[in-house]
Write a protein that binds this ligand. Sequence first.
Ligand code: C5P
Length: 231
Amino acid sequence: MIYNKQIIIALDFSTEIASLSFLENIDPSLCRVKVGKELFTSAGPDLIKKIHSQGYEVFLDLKFHDIPNTVAGALKAAADLGVWMVNVHASGGKAMLNASREALNFKDAPLLIAVTVLTSMGPTDLSQIGLSNNPQQQVQLLTDLAVNSGLDGVVCSAQETEFLRSQCPEEFKLVTPGIRPKGDSLDDQKRVVTPRLALEQGSNFLVMGRPITQASNPSEKLDSIIQEIES
Ligand code: C5P
């Protein structure tokens, strides 16, 4: 298998300084990075510019969910930052997804992906918000909505990858967290797959945090994961 920069390192740090100093020791030609709500809220948009100036492409993981006009405006602001990928909640509905697609319908726009059902939510959580579908049915329904609204992909758990790959168009991207190299600690992830298996099952991008960020030598760890994928 050929490695093609599919790893997205989750920058789950609380400060700008911690994230930038971590990135100084990584090769931006080997991975992309994800900035989520904690880091973005504490460090702000300037951090994205600094990460770009270190040569990285950024997945801005803010999971927008609001009325269509507001989400469209937020996505345009994200695009102005020059990020590579952004996301919205598919449960924001068809009108919101259409407005999202329209907002990012230009050449070299960031990839626009959707979150379906948060993996922290089980059947009881869904019924408590009035949904009678089980999580898998809801993932399927929201993935279909994302495909039909012209989005570029969805975030999906490693367990859903194989099934969704068989249902979705070839060019539709599956972005998969819950990845652990062979023998690594699971941390708080319950059901994990290896990087290589996730790619074999049809994932396009692997979101990985602690296996790399908490490694004693993150750069060597990244190299070894790439070797595991290519071996
Ligand atoms: O450290 P670890 O590899 O578990 O980090 C995974 C990253 O992917 C974290 O940023 C986490 O918030 C994110 N994520 C996840 N599960 C989801 C969606 C996102 O672990 N269903």
